[in-house]
Ligand binder design. Structure first.
Ligand SMILES: Cc1cc2nc3c(=O)[nH]c(=O)nc-3n(C[C@H](O)[C@H](O)[C@H](O)COP(=O)(O)OP(=O)(O)OC[C@H]3O[C@@H](n4cnc5c(N)ncnc54)[C@H](O)[C@@H]3O)c2cc1C
Length: 312
């Protein structure tokens, strides 16, 4: 049996953000013991991803950020460019590997946070808290008991909703043989892409150097495309819309984010809360989640420090 004040299930954006916020405690408050349960390497671990988010000034993950921008551009379907400076905000890009590296470094300095690699199998409320039955990579069952449990495991299915669209996208990390990207400006939404019969599509360009960028094709629509469909859309966008040829595709990224007006339960037992996308942190109109995860985990850490019920 493992005991802690707080157990966090899942070590993705939300689980790691919460563990990081709890790792040193607030001055003058009791230090909480935290147990972070992360799935062993395997199918439950999400692939590497790139998170973009808006932030004012300096942020707690700046040391791991790949790039930041202050100018954004949108292209209308007719080709008109609208560009502006977003100060005092910045648009920031962080790769999940770099985020995980930064958090791992900081958690290693903390005596409060323990990490175990195990798969959570069941989670239930018990008197005075909750218990999680987990299984380690070598098949050993373990019981984790905590006063509070924060569960960030993805939901198996979405709650019922009036509206559900998929934000689905495929991106190429590209390298050009000459300087072709404007490092100072993000093309956030470029609607010069052919529009699907239901929903909408756009391209975007996140330059990380004058020869390097992440170029993505995105749809908000009911159905995902085939791998060939995304490649054709990206080829059309880079070559015919942006006029870029001779790009080398260094790596790729694919994602599907449900955009739904479904209500998400934030509390599933008196001591059990959901955080992250599973707890409704995804903004239904845009799919952005990372910034909301920061607000959610900041609220939880603040409530725990103040001795309040830590509803995300
Ligand atoms: C490719 C991609 C790009 C995205 N880009 C952006 C972006 O630019 N900006 C933005 O705001 N949002 C973005 N999102 C949306 C959102 O930010 C991410 O999905 C984010 O990872 C959600 O964080 P999370 O902690 O809720 O879930 P995850 O990061 O998926 O973490 C869930 C964790 O639970 C673990 N887990 C699962 N089952 C178990 C189990 N049984 N036991 C123990 N652990 C378990 C998993 O291993 C994982 O670590 C993107 C999503 C995708 C897929």
């Amino acid at each position: 049996m493992l005991d802690a004040d707080v157990a966090i299930v899942g070590a993705g954006a939300a689980g790691l953000s919460l563990a990081h916020r709890l790792s040193h405690g607030a001055p003058g408050t009791r230090r909480l013991s935290v147990l972070l349960v992360e799935a062993p390497p395997g199918p439950l671990r999400p692939p590497r991803r790139t998170w973009c988010f808006w932030e004012r000034g300096r942020g707690r993950y700046d040391a791991a950020v790949t790039a930041t921008w202050q100018r954004l551009r949108v292209h209308t379907p007719g080709g008109r460019a609208v560009e502006d400076d977003i100060a005092p905000l910045r648009y920031k890009m962080i790769r999940s590997d770099d985020f995980e590296g930064l958090i791992a470094h900081d958690l290693a300095q903390s005596e409060q946070v323990r990490r175990i690699e195990a798969t959570a199998e069941t989670l239930e409320g018990v008197p005075g808290g909750a218990q999680v039955l987990v299984r380690t990579a070598d098949g050993r069952p373990l019981t984790v008991r905590a006063r509070w449990v924060f569960d960030s495991r993805p939901l198996g299915s979405l709650p019922a909703a009036r509206t559900t669209l998929l934000q689905h996208f495929h991106g190429w990390f590209v390298r050009a043989d000459r300087p072709v990207f404007d490092l100072g400006t993000v093309d956030l939404m470029d609607f010069r892409t052919p529009q699907p019969s239901r929903g909408l599509s756009f391209g975007y360009v996140l330059p990380t150097g004058d020869r390097q960028a992440l170029v993505e094709y995105t749809e908000f629509s009911p159905e995902v495309l085939s791998a060939q469909g995304y490649d054709a859309a990206l080829r059309h966008y880079t070559e015919d819309v942006l006029g870029l040829t001779g790009l080398e595709v260094v790596s790729t990224e694919t994602g599907v984010i449900p955009m739904t007006d479904a209500p998400f339960a934030r509390q599933t037992a008196p001591s059990v809360f959901r955080i992250g996308a599973a707890g409704g942190a995804t903004r239904p109109s845009t799919g952005y989640t990372f910034a909301a995860v920061q607000r959610q985990t900041r609220a939880v850490a603040g409530a725990l420090a103040a001795g309040r019920r830590p509803l995300p």
